[in-house]
Design a binder for this molecule. Structure first.
Ligand code: GTP
Ligand code: MG
Length: 170
């Protein structure tokens, strides 16, 4: 973490449509909780945490439709374009939407399996924990299939590994 001081630390905020990326980004920026329209284009916000300044990139979670390619592709797949400059990835999972978790699991695990970001810390954030019927931390880890990636640490102060912290935020 010390190496980030006095430099800007680029973070990728990823997640499926309506996971809560824009809400988190604006809250990190100025503490505001506001309603956002769906993010249709990549955007970024600067925010400071202690002595570290971050640039958080949000690619949106919408489906991209291409006349050349009939496959369904979510915008978050374009995270690869950003990796040369990225110091960390925040992956947001909507913990009260059991239907979206298999897709979130697939996207998250493809990032975790990618050798190009094998030394980039990934923070998985369970969002919307205020909603009824949401999964708890243990169950979310199981649903996302990330048990083998968890570091022993739940503190960002300790050495960062693939997933340093599983933090449940509302
Ligand atoms: N209950 C609850 N609702 C939330 C929370 N975070 C976000 N929301 C709501 O979820 C909806 C989607 O939030 P966004 O932040 O716009 O989601 P997004 O991931 O940016 O969505 P896209 O831009 O479409 O990819 C909005 O109606 C938010 O108000 C949360 O922690 N709890
Ligand atoms: Mg958004």
């Amino acid at each position: 973490m010390l190496s980030f001081i006095n430099t800007k630390c680029n973070l990728l905020i990823l997640g499926l449509h309506e996971a809560g990326k824009s809400t988190l980004l604006s809250w990190l920026k100025d503490g505001s909780l506001v309603q956002h329209t769906p993010t249709n284009h990549p955007c970024s916000e600067e925010f400071t945490f202690g002595k570290v300044t971050f640039e958080g990139y949000d690619l949106g979670g919408h489906i991209l439709v291409s006349s050349d390619d009939p496959r369904i592709i979510t915008a978050l797949r374009f995270w690869r374009r950003y990796i040369p400059a990225v110091k960390g990835i925040v992956f947001i999972a909507y913990v009260s939407d059991s239907q979206s978790l298999p897709e979130a699991r697939q996207e998250l695990n493809s990032i975790l399996a990618d050798e190009d970001v094998s030394d980039v810390p990934v923070l998985d954030l369970g969002k919307k924990v205020d909603k009824r019927g949401c999964y708890g931390q243990e169950q979310l880890i199981k649903e996302l299939g990330i048990n083998q990636h968890l570091s022993n640490s739940v503190s960002l102060r300790k050495t960062m590994k693939r997933i340093d912290i599983m933090k449940m935020l509302g």
